[in-house]
Structures are given as C-alpha cells and as structure tokens.
Design a protein around this ligand. Structure first.
Ligand code: F6P
Length: 531
C-alpha cells in the first residue's frame, strides 16, 4: 500500500499550525465555560463502552484535522487490509487476524479451524470444571508475555464468574521465586498445568515447564497426560515434550493478541464455555464498530488519533491508566505489552528512521490505590500525563456504599486534574497541617494545582465477559490506529531478540566463568556473581 506516512501529509502540517495557534494553550476550564454542549459533543458510544473525551485538550477543529490525517494516511484501507487477512505484518510475512478468532461461526476467515479448536477447547474446559469427576482444584498456567498477560488479566477481572472450586495460578518468570511458592501449595493429583507458548521454544516457559514436570513426578504424580496440556502453534514440539492434549492456534495470531485463541484456555476453565463465548462476542461487537462506524464516531479510531495528537504535537511521553475496579489490577501490565511491544518502533514500514515519537510509556494502578501513591505527581509534577479513568457503573458485589465511594473518587480525580486550584483559592483556604513558620503565600504556592491536565473517562455498565471483551478489543484497535498513522509495523517485536541471543551466549560463561572478550562492565558483574 502506498499510503503516505503521517508526517508527510497536508493534515500533519495543518495540525502543527493548529497546535501553535490554538492547541498548546487550549484551556479546558474556558472551553467548558464557552460551550455548554462540550460534554455531549465529545462523548462517544461504542458497544459496551461509553467514552467521555471532553476533558481532553482538543476542540472540534483538532478532531477535524486529526480525521483529515486519518483519511490522508488511508486508515480505512489499512484497516480493510488487516481485516481481509493481507500480510500486513510485513517483516514476518504474516496476516494479522485476531479478529477472526471472535467472529461467529461461518463469518470470519479460517472459520472452520477457529471454531474447531474453540469447540474442542470449551468442551475440554467443561470436563475439567466438573471437579467431582476431574479432581482438579488448581490450574497453573505456565507462559510469558502474550501467553500469560491476557489470561492473567482476565481471570481476576471476571472473578464474579470464576468457578469457586478451582484456584488459578500464573507462572511466567524464569526466576524460581515465581514457581516455587505456587508448587509448595499444590498436590499433583489436584493440579492441571497448562504449558502456554506460541512457539514452544521460549526459554522461560520451557524451563518452568521442565520444573513443573520434575515436581509432578517427584511428588508422586503419575498421569502426565491428564495433568499437562499445551496451547501452542507448535503442536510437534508439545508432543515431543510428552503432552498429548494440545489446543493449537496459528501464526496469524500475534502473541499479544492471543487471549481469544487457545491461549485463553485458563479463562475458559475459569468462567466456562458460555461466558467465554460472551467474551468473544463482546470483542466481535467492538470489531464491527471499528470496521463499520464512520471515523468521526469510531471510538478506537478517535482514541488512536488522540494518542498521536498528544505524543507528536503536545510531546507527552506517557499515559497513565487508572481502572477504578480492583479486578482490572493487571490491565496496565496487559496494556504495556499490547501498546509498547506493538508500537515501540523506531523505523517505518520501509526501515527508515522516524523523525517523530511513537509508543508512549503506558503505566498505572487501580484507583483508589494510585491516588495514595503517584497521583501527587499527576496533579503537581512538572510533566503533563494524560490519564485514562475506567469507571464501572454497577459492581458485582453487594457493598453498595464502597462502590459509591469508589466512583466518587474516580470522578473527583478527573475533576481535580482539570480544574486545579489557583494560588488565590489556596490563599483563601485554611490549611491546618501547614507549618505556622511559613508565610501564607508560600504555603498557598505549595498548595496550588495548575489544572488543565487532560483525562479520558471510559465507562462500563458492569464488568462482564461481554463488556471486558469489548474493552480489550477497543484497545487493540486503538493501537492499530496510532501504529497505522505512524506508518510502523505494529505486529512484529524484533526488539526482544538481541537480549535473548546475548543471554544464550552468557549462559555457558556463567557455568565456565569465562569472561574473555566481554565488555568491561558485563565481565566485572559476572566475576562478582561467581565469586
Ligand atoms: O516477548 C516476546 C514474545 O515473543 C512475545 O511477543 C510473546 O507474547 C512472548 O514472547 C511469549 O512467546 P511464546 O508464546 O512463543 O512463548
């Protein structure tokens, strides 16, 4: 496709001019005072997700120029290429078809294979969930990156739907401190291990899988075939490991887009077949929204455009995600891989170095915990960091009073970031804990909040399999949008290669002590480790 890169378009130049003239100094408080319709104009509906973008540093002109940019960069044609299964992952010559994994039977690409594995996996999950018959009380998923973060995020998020008689454990790190405390509490006869690896070669996963197998036999486990299953594209390697039950997937499913495939087995075991299908259906509804909704009302597109606006014009280098739902505690970690492994790239599709920034740093913690940690910096630090609040209207617990407090906190933080507090306001207040030794003006300066700090509020009716599916798919398509505009390959991850290769070289040196030819620092550190 000969679509221009974003920085070579007329819209990019127009955006640069708009930023200088109106964007840099846009004041949210003035914008709301001027326009009573701002909330209505800048809030959007997508399946299961309502989004208030009105507290962002944009006006209708900004959105118009951003939409022009999307059109000039042929976002719609790029989207079509992905959904049609063209090999848009050019450096690996692969299609990118995670959307096919959630298409109803007969509707998506590779439907027969997709639904064949899905049906088999869900039927298997139901046999394990019959704990009286299976005897399984613990499931240990051994996988890393995309073979870990999705299930590890979704299972606690959907805790209200999880089988009460099975505990779920996630082991990823090659650090033995990860698997050891898990195994210490288990019995082989009650445990099912899932070895989850797209390639079935990843060092960490293979090392943990071997450790689990050794523990299993050493502790009297007998039926390896019953207690170990694999989820992988490399069915042959899984068989060589001695695993007879394998659920496969395909090279057109990227690791960080794979929770909808067999990699979702822990989720299926946790919430059951019907709820797993709802998760897929929610994602599919968002896929339809992304595919069919005009760009100006298309939520993932608008969020991706906002990311470009903030990264490339305002120069913001990070975005904080604050889910006001404890179940979503691993969402920031999940999004780190989704966004930063996808869009943390420094060259365009043709290998040319980019003259502009790409993926922001994505980070965060659930609210209200973050408020008592890093929110100080968000409110009064020297950097402006857009924040994404996720509010869930109805809880899945009965503690209504706690939930009201949680929601009030989320709303208040977004409000405080935007409104701030002037020095004059601070001067007019009493600050009982302030030092009496300081003059009132100095204290007021410390208690001043600049405000005008942007945020997005995403709102779900309730955190259910369907709404979570839609939310995750929204993030996937948002990452696609910004990556497409930046003209990068969002679907490879060469940046993880070098460290892996150097680790393979260092491993035998740690056994032999041979530091010849190493750089001075690595040699020095190695000697100290071996002393
Ligand atoms: O970190 C690199 C990576 O390739 C990820 O993209 C992937 O999710 C992860 O490693 C795990 O790979 P695998 O599923 O093949 O074990």
């Amino acid at each position: 496709m000969n679509a221009p890169r974003c920085d070579r378009t007329e819209a990019w130049a127009a955006l640069a001019g708009h930023y200088e003239a109106h964007g840099r100094d846009l004041d949210l408080r003035e914008a709301f005072a001027r326009d009573a319709g701002r909330f209505a104009a800048l809030s959007f509906e997508a399946p299961e997700v309502f989004a208030d973008l009105s507290k962002n540093l944009v006006d209708t002109a900004t959105l118009k120029f951003l939409l022009d940019l999307a059109r000039e960069c042929q976002l719609e044609a790029r989207r079509h290429a992905m959904l049609a299964g063209e090999p848009i992952n050019t450096t690996e010559g692969r299609a990118v078809l995670h959307t096919a994994l959630r298409a109803p039977k007969g509707q998506g690409a590779h439907s027969a294979e997709v639904h064949g594995v899905l049906d088999a996996m869900l039927a298997y999950a139901e046999t394990v969930r019959d704990t009286a018959a299976s005897g399984i009380r613990h499931v240990v998923n051994i996988g890393i990156g995309g073979s870990d973060l999705g299930p590890q995020m979704v299972v606690p998020a959907l805790d209200a739907f999880v089988h009460p008689g099975i505990q779920f454990h996630f082991v990823a790190n090659v650090d033995g401190h990860d698997i050891t405390p898990v195994l210490r509490r288990l019995k082989p006869a009650e445990t099912l291990f899932i070895i989850a690896s797209k390639t079935f070669t990843t060092q960490e996963t293979m090392a943990n899988a071997m450790a689990a197998k050794a523990w299993f036999t050493a502790n009297g486990g007998t039926d390896t075939a019953k207690h170990f299953v694999a989820t992988t594209t490399n069915v042959k390697a899984a068989a060589e490991f001695g695993i007879t039950t394998t659920f496969g997937f395909w090279d057109w499913v990227g690791g960080r887009y794979s929770l909808w495939s067999a990699i979702g087995l822990p989720i299926a075991l946790a919430i059951g077949a019907e709820h797993f299908r709802s998760l897929l259906a929610g994602a599919h509804a968002m896929d339809r929204h992304f595919a069919d909704t005009p760009l100006a009302k298309n939520l993932p597109v608008l969020l991706g455009l906002l990311d470009v606006w903030y990264r490339n014009f305002h120069g913001f280098t990070s975005r904080s995600v604050a889910p006001y739902h404890q179940g979503l505690k691993r969402l920031p970690a999940y999004l780190q891989q989704l966004e930063m492994e996808s869009n943390g790239k420094r060259v365009d599709l043709y290998g040319e170095p980019l003259p502009f920034g790409t993926s922001p740093v994505v980070w965060g913690e659930p609210g209200t915990n973050g408020q008592h940690a890093y929110f100080q910096m968000l409110h009064q630090g020297t950097d402006v960091i857009p924040v994404e609040f996720i509010l869930v209207k109805k809880p899945t617990h009965a503690l209504a009073d706690l939930h009201t407090k949680l929601l009030a906190n989320g709303l208040a933080q977004a409000q405080a970031l935007m409104l701030g507090k002037s020095t004059a306001q601070a001067l007019g207040e009493k600050a009982p804990t302030a030092s009496k030794a300081l003059d009132a003006l100095t204290v007021a300066k410390h208690r001043t909040f600049p405000g005008n700090r942007p945020s997005t509020t995403l709102m779900l009716e309730q955190l259910t399999p369907r709404s979570l599916g839609a939310l995750i798919a929204m993030y996937e398509h948002r990452v696609f949008t910004s990556g497409a505009l930046w003209g990068i390959n969002s679907f490879d991850q060469w940046g993880v290669e070098l460290g892996k290769a150097l680790c393979s070289e260092l491993l035998p040196r740690l056994a032999s002590g041979d530091s010849a030819g190493l750089d001075g620092s690595t040699a020095g550190l190695m000697k100290r480790l071996l002393a």
